[in-house]
Ligand binder design. Structure first.
Ligand code: E4P
Ligand code: PEP
Length: 449
């Protein structure tokens, strides 16, 4: 493999979805500062996750990847991080217990601050006048406020991404190793609000069964450490060349480059061009990586990407995250899986049931139907079952709060109800009850798989 390219070489190739910074000297200063910062994750931890993803690709484990569509700097609070983690832990318990499968837990957090956009511009009508400004590209790039000043890309934000990710990851590490993720807390994660929902009551039954199993284990003198903590890793879309390149370090053990801003990083649907800068960057780093595949991806695209991103065919290195949309997955996915499998390519298949199912409600909100999300996951399981391959996991945009951003679910949120608490700055997330409901439905699919 050729040597790790410098930033200028990547830009010369052409990187899609990058901001245009007005002040090049300020960008250089931010990048130089980032290059001196300590890593947020260790290369050895990334290797551990690669081994876990290899188990996923072999059909021995299931991936649960979840978190906000776009993290915000204001959202870095203990309450917000804990709420998100709590729902992810609940979902993992449901999948592990009801689905009877080991679950690899991966937060879409501590780095998910940059967003690709369909359009470079956003137009709003204010006091009868149409105003057009640069689109919001995530807190890593510019501000959400709809003002000219706020929408100017500011490289100082790259340092804010580092600091916010460090704070989040620090708290997550404390939660998952410091007792909060102890399985004896399984009831505590079921907050009052969720407990009163149908999914919460179902969860309570699972929690009671786990309690009984643990009492039994204690009675026979077994109290394994694995019950007191969980392995939890971080992930984000590695979109911004300046940030991701500056956060890449040569591992002292192996002399290989690793992205040390997150354990798992992925290439988005809009930046997976085979000859583009993102694929070029990703082929050099040694982290476990993902690549989104949408409805326009062909089986040959998937094979070409696998050959370039994982030439040694290392198990666990590459995950294909498919995001077709509920109406397209049953027609589109089989040819990809069939050909990739026939060629003996090692990948984990993961379903993102969010990004192919977005539409604008009559009330003007970007939303998704809970039923479409479930239907896409069901289609994903159906396709894999018919081909004898393993449906390796799900990637969901979710939050630990009671937002009203997706339509449907047991709470029956309707289009009018979206206005009640719509907080996402880009795409709609499942709220905590919808997330738990989805976990029960997927556990059922897993049981049948
Ligand atoms: O999260 C994914 C993308 O960034 C998002 O769907 C793009 O949204 P847009 O079409 O509103 O730009
Ligand atoms: C942008 C995203 O998805 P996609 O690249 O699949 O559109 C995302 O997961 O945030």
């Amino acid at each position: 493999m050729s040597s790790f390219p410098d930033l200028a070489a990547l830009h010369a190739i052409g990187a899609a979805q990058q901001p245009t910074y007005p002040d090049a000297a300020a960008v250089d200063a931010a990048v130089a500062r980032l290059r001196r910062m300590p890593p947020l994750v260790f290369a050895g931890e990334c290797d551990d996750l690669t081994a876990k993803m290899a188990a996923v690709s072999r059909g021995e484990a299931f991936l649960l990847q979840g978190g906000d569509c776009a993290e915000t700097f204001d959202g870095v609070t203990a309450e917000n991080v804990r709420n998100k983690l709590r729902v992810l832990l609940q979902m993992a318990v449901v999948l592990t217990y009801a689905g009877s499968v080991p679950v690899v837990k991966l937060g879409r957090l501590a780095g998910q601050y940059a967003k690709p956009r369909s359009s470079d511009l956003e137009t709003r009508e204010i006091d009868g006048e149409k105003i057009t400004l640069p689109a919001y590209r995530g807190d890593a790039v510019n501000g959400f406020d709809f003002t000219e000043a706020s929408r100017i890309p500011d490289p100082q934000r790259l340092l804010d991404v580092y600091n916010s990710s460090a704070a989040t990851l620090n708290l997550v590490r404390a939660f998952v190793t410091g007792g909060y993720a102890d399985l004896r807390q399984v009831h505590e994660w079921n907050t009052d609000f969720v407990r009163t929902s149908a999914a919460g009551q179902r969860y309570e039954q699972v929690a009671a069964e786990i309690d009984r199993a643990m009492s039994f284990m204690r009675a026979i003198g077994a109290d394994p450490q694995e019950l007191r903590r969980v392995d939890f890793h971080s992930s984000h879309e590695a979109l911004l060349m300046e940030y991701e390149h500056a956060m890449t370090r040569i591992d002292s053990r192996t002399d290989e480059p690793y992205n040390v801003s997150g354990h798992f990083v992925w290439i988005g649907e809009r930046t997976r061009q085979l000859d583009g800068a993102h694929v070029e960057y990703f082929r050099h780093i040694r982290n476990p990586i993902g690549c989104k595949l949408g409805p326009t991806a062909t089986a040959d695209d998937a094979l070409d990407l696998a050959a370039k991103l994982n030439p040694d065919n290392t198990p666990g290195r590459l995950t294909f995250i498919t995001r077709f949309g509920a109406s397209k997955i049953r027609d589109g996915l089989p040819q990809l899986v069939e050909k990739v499998t026939a060629e003996g390519v090692n990948v984990a298949w993961v379903c993102d049931p969010m990004h192919g199912n977005t539409f604008e409600s009559s009330t003007g909100y970007k939303t998704r139907r809970f039923d479409d999300v479930v239907d896409e996951v069901q289609g994903f399981f159906d396709v894999h079952r018919s081909l004898g391959t393993w449906p390796g996991g799900i990637l969901v945009e979710m939050t630990g709060d009671d937002v009203t951003e997706c339509i449907g679910g047991g709470e029956e949120i309707d289009e009018a109800g979206l206005a009640h608490r719509y907080e996402s700055v880009v795409d709609p997330r499942l709220n905590r009850v919808q997330s738990l409901e989805l976990a029960f439905l997927v556990a059922e699919m897993l049981r049948q798989a």
